[in-house]
Every structure is written in structure tokens, then in C-alpha cells.
Design a protein around this ligand. Structure first.
Ligand SMILES: NC(=O)c1ccc[n+]([C@@H]2O[C@H](COP(=O)([O-])OP(=O)(O)OC[C@H]3O[C@@H](n4cnc5c(N)ncnc54)[C@H](OP(=O)(O)O)[C@@H]3O)[C@@H](O)[C@H]2O)c1
Length: 317
């Protein structure tokens, strides 16, 4: 089968399309014909080993996993003898968690993994992008327990995590403000934001408003300015927190009535199923920017690495 292989960390050119062995499923796994995957900000970090700490988990000198790609949508080609949840010919979408391997024509995933049947109302490309930003946003929004009527602000509202966070916060009944650049105002309004702040013209931490939840997906402003814009028992979510924001967050959570949520998310089928149901009821729509082929993967990485994508970037296979 064709797959995108990388054997060293580095620039997009380390990603090479090669012929490799088609994987064979175990008894508890399904073999998928991958129809679409996506290039996410997380894939870029793994390709470059940035931050350096990536190397402690994924290989100190060179990557231990040679095929990236964490999200997928595809068709079940065959199933292991113990598999009961999925049948040959069904279409599924999900996240590989730490196994990766979705930049390929075929992929094996355990039936108990983070996957479910693809909703009929969306394409493979739309389905493939949901488990990255959608699950990340859902993980934090569930932890923050957003209640109807609360004021939520999402910084980075035009990105993969941010565009999902805006829609999820709305579905929990919040009044949502999206923060984005001028070019993305219409997009952020179209996904349901009640208010939009153009960060190239206004700074939400200086407008005198306070918010019950600040979800900053891109570390857009200084940690302590963000904290000042929280209500007394407000919650700040920093999905892109580095070590210093994590430590500052722990300090604020311990010493004040405000709370800061950081950390790496985990992947569960329950979250994918939750998002699937929102899609089927029209409350969640994946935002798609550009689409590339497997052969154009390096080009897709160049684009995603710039950090300005609108929602998600697809790889059609
Ligand atoms: N904690 C976890 O487990 C976890 C899980 C998933 C993702 N993440 C992290 O979450 C972060 C966001 O990921 P993503 O995939 O959503 O990124 P992305 O899709 O690349 O989004 C970046 C978006 O933010 C906008 N932006 C840039 N600077 C901004 C600013 N100052 N204010 C408001 N918007 C701004 C960009 O558009 P413009 O430049 O045009 O404004 C772009 O649309 C990444 O650091 C990723 O690693 C963490």
C-alpha cells in the first residue's frame, strides 16, 4: 500500500510517499481502507519534534513511529475474529490515539478504540477532521461544565480547536464571543458566535468585560491579562499551554477562586459518539479550509505549519 513515511525529524520534506506492507489486523482489530485523513497542528509538532520533549515519548534521535496521521474516515475492509461492533463495508471515523498510521491507504484500529460509524450526512473528508479539534474542544468544555447563559470567549476561534469550541459552547447554551483576525470574521459568525472580536483591532483583555470561561486555543495573550478577564469563579482553558502556563495555571487554581485547565487530552469512543450525534442534529459542522492528496502531504504540512489555517486541512486518499 501507499503511505507517507518519515524516518527522521525535520522539515516537511522528511515526509516521503512510499510503498509499504499493508497492515494485518489482530483478532480485536478492524482493517480500514482509509478514504480521508487530516494534517493537524499536532502532526506538525511530531514531524519536527517541537517541543523537544516530543523526543522523550516518540524517540530521542529518530521517530519510533514512522507513519503519522491520527484521524481517519474510511471503510471497513475486514475484521478480526473477536470483533462484534463493526462489519465489513461499514464506514467509520475516529482517532488513532497514540498509535498513528492514518497517512496511509490502510489502517488497523482496535474495535474498542476511539471510533464510531460515520454519519451519512457528511463526507469522509468532513468526518476525518472532526476527531482532532472536536474531541480536544469537547474534552475541555466538558471539564469546564459550561452552563446555559454563561459568557464564553474563544480565542483562536478560526482554528481546528477554536471552531469546534465555538460550536460546542453554543450547543451547551453559552453566549459565545469568538476572537479571530479580520479575514475570519464571517467564518466565525457563520459557525454561531454571538459576538466577534477582531484581534488585529481590539484586545479583549482591555475592553472591561469579564467572562465565565476563556478558552484560549493559541496562547493569544498574556496569561495574567487573561486571568484578569475572568469572572470571580471563572475558568480559563489553555489547550496550547506550555510548561510555564501549566505551572502558572496550577498556581492560580490553588491560590484563587479561578481555575485554569491545561494538559494533554485523552481519546475515547464516547466523545466521538457525542460529536456524531451533534452532527446528525445539525449542531456541529466541521470547518474545512483546503484539501490535498497523499502525494501533496509535504505541501499540506507547509500550509498548516504557518498557523493561519481556517479550521482543518484534509488529505483525500
Ligand atoms: N492539549 C491537547 O491535548 C491539544 C489537543 C489538540 C490541539 N492542541 C493545541 O491547540 C493549539 C491549537 O490547535 P489548532 O489545531 O486549533 O490550531 P490551528 O488550526 O492552526 O489554529 C490557529 C488559528 O488561530 C488563529 N490565530 C492565530 N493567532 C491568533 C490570535 N492571536 N488570536 C486569535 N486567533 C489567532 C489563526 O488564524 P489567523 O492567523 O488568520 O488569525 C488560525 O485560524 C495547538 O497549539 C495544538 O497543539 C492541544
Amino acid at each position: 500500500m501507499k503511505a507517507v513515511v518519515y524516518t527522521q525529524y525535520g522539515p516537511p520534506e522528511v515526509l516521503q510517499v512510499k510503498e509499504v506492507e499493508k497492515p494485518i489486523h489482530r483478532n480485536n482489530e478492524i482493517l480500514l481502507r482509509v478514504k480521508a485523513t487530516a494534517v493537524n497542528s499536532g502532526d506538525v509538532r511530531l514531524r519536527k519534534a517541537d517541543p523537544f520533549a516530543v523526543r522523550f515519548i516518540f524517540g530521542l534521535l529518530k521517530p519510533k513511529i514512522n507513519i503519522l496521521g491520527a484521524v481517519f474516515s474510511g471503510e471497513v475492509e475486514s475484521v478480526g475474529k473477536d470483533v462484534t461492533k463493526f462489519k465489513v463495508g461499514e464506514t467509520v471515523f475516529g482517532h488513532t490515539d497514540m498509535r498513528f498510521g492514518a497517512y496511509a491507504e490502510y489502517l488497523c484500529v482496535p474495535e474498542e478504540g476511539s471510533l464510531t460509524l460515520k454519519p451519512a450526512v457528511i463526507t469522509h473528508a468532513e468526518a476525518a477532521v472532526i476527531p482532532f479539534g472536536g474531541v480536544a474542544a469537547l474534552h475541555f468544555i466538558k471539564k469546564a461544565v459550561i452552563k446555559p447563559g454563561q459568557k464564553v470567549i474563544v480565542a483562536g476561534a478560526s482554528g481546528a480547536v477554536g471552531s469546534a469550541a465555538v460550536q460546542l459552547a453554543k450547543s451547551f447554551g453559552a453566549t459565545v464571543t469568538g476572537v479571530c483576525s479580520t479575514a475570519n470574521i464571517d467564518l466565525v459568525k457563520s459557525i454561531g458566535a454571538d459576538h466577534v472580536i477582531d484581534y488585529t483591532k481590539d484586545d479583549f483583555t482591555k475592553n472591561g468585560e469579564t467572562y465565565d470561561v476563556i478558552f484560549d486555543t493559541v496562547n493569544s495573550t498574556s496569561f495574567f491579562r487573561n486571568v484578569k478577564s475572568l469572572t470571580e469563579n471563572g475558568i480559563m482553558i489553555l489547550s496550547a499551554a506550555g510548561m510555564s502556563e501549566m505551572l502558572q495555571g496550577l498556581w492560580i487554581s490553588k491560590t484563587s477562586s479561578k481555575k485554569v485547565l491545561t494538559g494533554v487530552i485523552s481519546h475515547k469512543a464516547a466523545d466521538i459518539i457525542f460529536l456524531k450525534e451533534l452532527i446528525e442534529t445539525g449542531k456541529f459542522k466541521p470547518v474545512i479550509d483546503k484539501a490535498y492528496s497523499l502525494e501533496q502531504i509535504a505541501e499540506a504540512h507547509v500550509y498548516v505549519e504557518k498557523g493561519h489555517k481556517k479550521g482543518n486541512v484534509i488529505i483525500n486518499i
